[in-house]
Ligand binder design. Structure first.
Ligand SMILES: [Fe+2]
Length: 410
C-alpha cells in the first residue's frame, strides 16, 4: 500500500506541470530593424509596453520536443522611445551608436572526451565576461557566432562539468547562452552572427527559434542571404557562413557562397563593417620548419576569387579562439578575429615567415593575443578606437580603425 502511494506520488510529480516561466526579453537587430523576443511556458504570449500603450507579442514558434517554450516577438518601431516588459526596461536601438562590444565563441565546450570545466568561472568565464562588458555600457553588442557548445555528456567525474545539460535542447542553450549572457542582453540590442555550431547538423534549430533576426523557416536552412543593418550611424553587413568548410571545400559549396559574397559586397557603403563567423582573410597556424601559413577560410577565399576589390572597411569574425588582427599592405580590409569569448582558447599563432601573404596580398601588420577577451570600440568622428579587454589582465591592447586600417600599435 505504502509502495503504491509512493509510486502514485512520483507519477503525479512527473506529470505535474513545472511552474510556468517567462524569460526576460532580448533584442535582436536585423534587416527590418529591431525585434524584441521572449520565451514563455504560458499558453499565450505576453504583452509588451511601448511608451504609453501596450500590445501583445506574436508567436514566433510554439513548443516542440526538447524546447518547452513558446518563443514570442514584437517589432520595435523606430518612433518608440521607451519599451518595458513586465515592469523592466528593454534596451532600444540608439539614434547614434558610439560604443560597440564585440565578442564571440562563448559556449562551454563538451564534446566526446574533451570537456571544459563549465562549473568553474575561471575556466569558462562567459558569465563574468558578459557582466564586465555590460558594465562598459555599450550601445550595441555584436556576437560573431558559436553560442552552443555542450554537445555531449560531461565525460567523467572531476572534469568540472558535472551535471551540465547537453545536446540540442533548451537546457543546453540556457546554460551556454541565455543565463550567462543576461547582463549583456539587458544592456543593449544585439547583432547575432550565425556560427558553424549553429549549422543544421548541430544547434541550427535553436538558432532559428531564438536568435536569427528574420522570419523563421519551417525547417533548418543551411544557407541564408546576407543582410544589411543600419545601426545608429554604423553600417553593418552580416554574412551567414555557418556551412563554410575550413578546408577542401567541394566546388558546389564554393559556388553556393560566391553569389552570397557578391551580394554582401553590393550592400556595402563607405565604412561598412562585414560581420562573418569564419575569418575571410586569416592564418589559422604556421606549419612545418618553414612556418608555412595555413590560410583560412578556404571556402570564403575560393568563393571570393575573381570578385575584385573588397569594399568593406573591416571584417570582424570569430571561429578561432583568440584575438588576431591581419592588416594588409594593399587595398583590402583588415581582418579582426575576436574569438576568446569563453570557449576553450586555441593555441597561439606564433611567429610567421617574413613577408608572408594571405590570398596573395602581403600582411603589413599582425597581432595575436591569447586569453578570455572581448573588444570595445568607441567612435570619435571617422575613427573607431578599440580596446581589447582581457578578463584576467584588464585592457591589454589599444587599436585604431580608420579607413581600411585596423592597427594596434601598443
Ligand atoms: Fe566556429
Amino acid at each position: 500500500m505504502r509502495m503504491a502511494a509512493t509510486m502514485l506520488a512520483g507519477l503525479l510529480a512527473a506529470v505535474a506541470p513545472a511552474a510556468a516561466e517567462t524569460l526576460a526579453p532580448w533584442v535582436v537587430l536585423g534587416p527590418a530593424g529591431a525585434v524584441v523576443r521572449t520565451a514563455t511556458t504560458e499558453a499565450e504570449c505576453p504583452r509588451i509596453r511601448y511608451d504609453d500603450f501596450d500590445r501583445p507579442m506574436q508567436v514566433r514558434v510554439g513548443p516542440w520536443d526538447a524546447y518547452p517554450h513558446t518563443v514570442c516577438e514584437a517589432p520595435l518601431p523606430k518612433v518608440v522611445q521607451r519599451v518595458s516588459f513586465a515592469g523592466r526596461p528593454v534596451p532600444v536601438p540608439k539614434a547614434e551608436v558610439r560604443r560597440v562590444v564585440i565578442l564571440g565563441d562563448t559556449g562551454c565546450r563538451i564534446r566526446g572526451i574533451f570537456a571544459q570545466a563549465c562549473n568553474d568561472p575561471t575556466q569558462w568565464p562567459f558569465a563574468r565576461m558578459a557582466a564586465a562588458a555590460a558594465a562598459l555600457a555599450p550601445d550595441l553588442v555584436i556576437h560573431v557566432g558559436d553560442y552552443h557548445y555542450r554537445e555531449s555528456p560531461c565525460p567523467m567525474p572531476g572534469a568540472g562539468c558535472e551535471g551540465s545539460p547537453y545536446g540540442y535542447n533548451w537546457g543546453a542553450w540556457r546554460a551556454d547562452f541565455f543565463d550567462p549572457a543576461r547582463p549583456l542582453l539587458d544592456a543593449a540590442p544585439w547583432v547575432m552572427v550565425r556560427g558553424n555550431h549553429e549549422d543544421c547538423r548541430r544547434a541550427g534549430q535553436g538558432w532559428y527559434r531564438y536568435l536569427e533576426p528574420r522570419a523563421r523557416p519551417v525547417d533548418c536552412e543551411a544557407f541564408t542571404e546576407p543582410y544589411r543593418i543600419a545601426a545608429g550611424g554604423l553600417d553593418l553587413v552580416v554574412l551567414d557562413s555557418a556551412h563554410a568548410l575550413d578546408r577542401a571545400p567541394p566546388p558546389p559549396l564554393v559556388d553556393r557562397y560566391r553569389p552570397q559574397i557578391a551580394a554582401a559586397r553590393a550592400m556595402a557603403k563607405p565604412g561598412s563593417w562585414l560581420l562573418v563567423h569564419h575569418p575571410h582573410y586569416a592564418v589559422f597556424r604556421f606549419d612545418g620548419p618553414e612556418r608555412r601559413p595555413v590560410e583560412t577560410n578556404a571556402t570564403l577565399l575560393a568563393a571570393a576569387d575573381g570578385l575584385g576589390d573588397d569594399p568593406f572597411a573591416v571584417v570582424f569574425s570569430g571561429h578561432i579562439h583568440r584575438f588576431d588582427v591581419f592588416r594588409f599592405a594593399g587595398d583590402r580590409p583588415s581582418q579582426v578575429i575576436v574569438g576568446g569569448g569563453g570557449t576553450a582558447i586555441d593555441p597561439g599563432l606564433g611567429d610567421g615567415p617574413d613577408g608572408f601573404r594571405i590570398a596573395g596580398m602581403p600582411v603589413a601588420e599582425r597581432v595575436s593575443d591569447k586569453g578570455f577577451q572581448f573588444l570595445l570600440l568607441e567612435r570619435e568622428g571617422a575613427v573607431w578606437h578599440a580596446t581589447l579587454h582581457d578578463l584576467d589582465r584588464g585592457p591589454v591592447r589599444r587599436c585604431r580603425l580608420e579607413g581600411k586600417s585596423f592597427s594596434c600599435p601598443s
